[in-house]
Write a protein that binds this ligand. Sequence first.
Ligand code: XMP
Length: 512
Amino acid sequence: MKNGQKIIILDFGSQTTQLIARRVRELRTFCEILPYNRFPENTEDVIGVILSGSPLSVYDPAAFKVDLNAICRHDGDPMPILGICYGAQYISHTMGGKVEAAGTREYGRANLCDIEESPLLKGIGNGSQVWMSHGDTITAIPKGFRRIASTDKVKFAAFESGSEPVWGVQFHPEVFHTTDGKKLLENFVVGICGSRQEWSPASFVSSTVAELKAELGDDRVILGLSGGVDSSVAAVLLSKAIGDNLTCIFVNHGLLRKNEFESVIANYSGLGVHIIGVDASDTFLDALAGVTDPEQKRKIIGRLFVETFNAEASKIKDAKWLAQGTIYPDRIESLNITGKTIKSHHNVGGLPKEMNLKLCEPLKWLFKDEVREVGLELGIPRELVFRHPFPGPGLAIRILGAVDRESVRIAQEADDIFISALRKEGLYDKIWQAGVILLPNRTVGVMGDERTYEQAVVLRAVTSSDAMTADWADLPHAFLAQVSNDIIRHVKGVNRVCYDISSKPPATIEWE
Ligand code: XMP
């Protein structure tokens, strides 16, 4: 799967470490993020090392330290190293140069000047824009090292060692504002480290299918399908490897989108995936009757989901594995300022212990957009691969107050009109997530000659890159007017439509 080549990114706690990894993957090169103090013993397949930035100064008593000489000469051959920001300052500091506090924090755009010829800066010219963000600055580079680029404020913006394959840049090549950042990383990863650029969705699919075949043999595997992208791609990948030895369980809690249960089953059966649909709508809706507290709703749904899934999974007597759609960002051990790593915990849904299942996570090395690329490579329709995120408790947290069959019907109908219109007008893919919130109170209206007293719905659509922050989507007024019209005309029980113009923070994406 890793094509025998990988870049190690040692994480010193920078917020942009994952971005470095994304850029390296875009160069079709496998890479792994490891905490700064976990450089692997076995470096057979490691072709280079990148040292990330850090929130700390090299002089901080708590500064994260590694033995660069040991990394450089591990296993004999010199290992190419690129230090970014703190990484560059750490190289300079530990190899005999000097790092001092900059008078003022160097932050924002700058332009490279006085560029010297160097394999790291091949194809990058004077004037190229870079992004700086550091409080310390290098005032002297180690003996034998050479300055290869400056900016008007930073003399040692980039440097190289004359004798070892060691480079440092005080700017951030991984961020968008560094115009030639990708070129610089390509110079390092491909030009200097010698990546063959063989990492691709197609190579991932063929090598992972082969690995899964070898690892799982004739074992039976269970997978909980949520209808979301990750579990779907994991399901199709596994089914390609082991066919009907994979059983997918898809639970309908009655709070899915309109016709979603039927369409998921039809879609995945069509893709050759062995899928069991469990319609437990009545159980869930009965248990939710009269419950208005959102956390209480979540708890009830979570508990019933585990019970329903377990009951079905326990019927597969000889199952040996539980497969999950865990992806790489879920597993990267984040580093906090004390240098302690926080391990992510696997949630195996509290499956009965006696089932004694081993965990299989075929997407554990992929970033989200790579999961999507792999999905397309596997032949999953675009519409499924690029679907918006949808919360596990489904419409229960979009129906404010108590949930019943009638409120689910209204929420499903209104949501279907909104989402279908977004698709029809080519707006769906421009949006991170959209849905409809059903308010519990009634409002007065007139329909024909009649006074109405019905519910109001709120359209919610946001743009985002990770759901941590989100902006309300500036949808065209004519589009909103049409959706409002269609909902009020076609969804019985609704006489008013509002549009949510709150961003996150301070609001959240969901209302509950
Ligand atoms: P918020 O509302 O916190 O949502 O801005 C951020 C993202 O998380 C989703 N979300 C949930 N997903 N169970 C889930 O599986 C939940 O209880 C839940 N609550 C929010 C939300 O849809 C958005 O993508």
